[in-house]
Design a protein around this ligand. Structure first.
Ligand SMILES: Cc1cc2nc3c(=O)[nH]c(=O)nc-3n(C[C@H](O)[C@H](O)[C@H](O)COP(=O)(O)OP(=O)(O)OC[C@H]3O[C@@H](n4cnc5c(N)ncnc54)[C@H](O)[C@@H]3O)c2cc1C
Length: 386
């Protein structure tokens, strides 16, 4: 296959970009990652990895590194904000979808992904500012004045993607006037209290909070919220913006005592603007394709933004591996045709914030998806937000 001698440039070393580097290399493709940050910061947040993304991580050889240290919740538990009534509980044993459901520190996942790649293929301090596509050859221009060439480019540069701006045109993400507070801290601060064996989402009238442990020893816990934000607050640097813990506690007055105990114990917090976009008209242009939040950013309410970026990486590599000759454009089209129906469906349900709020709707289409083995036909799925 001709493409195997080609070089791919991946813009962005987030979860999607790093996973793509690993899946492309697994397919025998030369890949380099260009990241704007001068170093990897340890972002204080948790992340849930469901069986659908764990299967991809298994394929690139890092499941075994995560498993011993991460928290494996008994179930997805959904409770009413004040009474604590169980609205829906989905136990998630590993046997159910063929892979574990793990919760962890985001930095742990990130550093484990980095450890799966040769150091020399990750280029830090490379902020992409321009991209020139000519006669099958791409030139990437970086803010430090340097350049790189590649035969194809993957834009894995997140919700504020410059690659998307270049190939689709600029537009602003949708900010629906909601923010997410988040905090990660030692369980010792609970003074013997226990948040239970599950990942619990507490559903309020116009707000919610999700709480879980991030380590197998339950030494650390994490929560993330969604609350209306009266002021228009939005920043591209939302990972590092500090929140006010007293405002946060006030926003959850009247919630169940188990929630209040966690918020009382919390020493400080950060906040994010919650951003999303409508599905894009297309994900690629010539030999440039998008992946992850760059093409399907979503609200975090199904915990699938990172997971779908990770799935994208496996499908992209499979499409490239199966291509005839070096028809990269064809592989990119096939990748989009397969992925877009699924990610659009997840974007829509996430936006509506209805996932597992009650009922007994089937969850196997989401968690049972196996990106390594699913047929590479366009994925099914009428949009259903109920
Ligand atoms: C509150 C909250 C909770 C979440 N919880 C979960 C969860 O539990 N499970 C889950 O699966 N997902 C979760 N997500 C979603 C998840 O964080 C994102 O979907 C995921 O990080 C997307 O990965 P990505 O690689 O596409 O983009 P990013 O992680 O945003 O990475 C993009 C990278 O590109 C770099 N970059 C940007 N511009 C340039 C440039 N010009 N040049 C070079 N590099 C550049 C950035 O520095 C960054 O490193 C959550 C999100 C939020 C906000």
């Amino acid at each position: 296959m001709g493409h195997k001698q080609l070089t791919f440039a991946i813009v962005g070393a987030g979860m999607g970009g790093l996973t793509a580097a690993a899946t492309l290399r697994r397919a025998g493709i030369d890949a380099h990652v260009y990241e704007q940050a001068p170093r990897f910061e340890r972002i204080g947040a948790g992340i849930q990895m469901m069986p659908n993304s764990m299967k991809v991580l298994r394929g690139i050889g890092i499941e075994g590194k995560l498993r011993p240290t991460c928290f494996q919740p008994y179930s997805h538990l959904n409770r009413e904000w004040d009474t604590g009534r169980v609205m829906r509980e989905l136990p998630m044993p590993e046997s159910m979808f063929g892979a574990p459901y793990l919760c962890m520190h985001r930095a742990h996942l990130h550093s484990t992904l980095v450890s799966a790649l040769p150091e020399e293929i990750i280029h830090l301090n490379k902020k992409l500012v321009g991209l020139d596509q000519r006669a099958g050859q791409l030139t990437l221009a970086f803010a430090d004045g340097s350049r790189a060439t590649a035969d194809a480019v993957i834009g894995a540069d997140g919700v504020h993607s410059i690659v998307r701006d270049i190939i689709i045109g600029p537009d602003a993400p949708i900010h629906k006037g909601r923010i997410a507070y988040r905090a990660i801290f030692s369980s010792e601060l609970l003074h013997g209290g226990d948040i239970g064996p599950s990942r619990t989402k507490w559903w309020g009238i116009d707000r919610h909070i999700v709480i879980y442990y991030t380590t197998s020893t339950r030494s650390e816990l994490y929560f993330v919220t969604s609350v209306p934000e009266p002021a228009e607050w939005l920043t591209p640097e939302s990972w590092s913006a500090k929140g006010d813990v007293n405002e946060l506690r006030k926003a959850y007055e009247g919630f169940h005592e188990d929630v209040r105990a966690v918020l009382e114990a919390c020493p400080d917090c950060h906040k994010w603007a919650i951003l999303e976009r409508e599905p894009l008209p297309r994900w690629s242009d010539g030999r440039v394709a998008l992946l992850g939040d760059a093409c399907h950013p979503m609200t975090p309410y199904m915990a699938q933004g990172g997971a779908t970026a990770i799935e994208d990486a496996a499908i992209l590599a499979r499409c490239l591996e199966e291509v005839e000759g070096d028809d990269i454009e064809g592989a990119f089209r096939r990748y989009e045709e397969h992925r877009k129906p699924r990610t659009s469906r997840i974007q829509a349900i996430s936006s509506a914030n209805t996932w597992m709020k009650g009922g007994d709707e089937d969850t196997s289409w989401l968690y049972g998806y196996d990106a390594w083995n699913v047929p590479l036909t366009p994925s099914e799925a009428p949009v259903h937000t109920g």
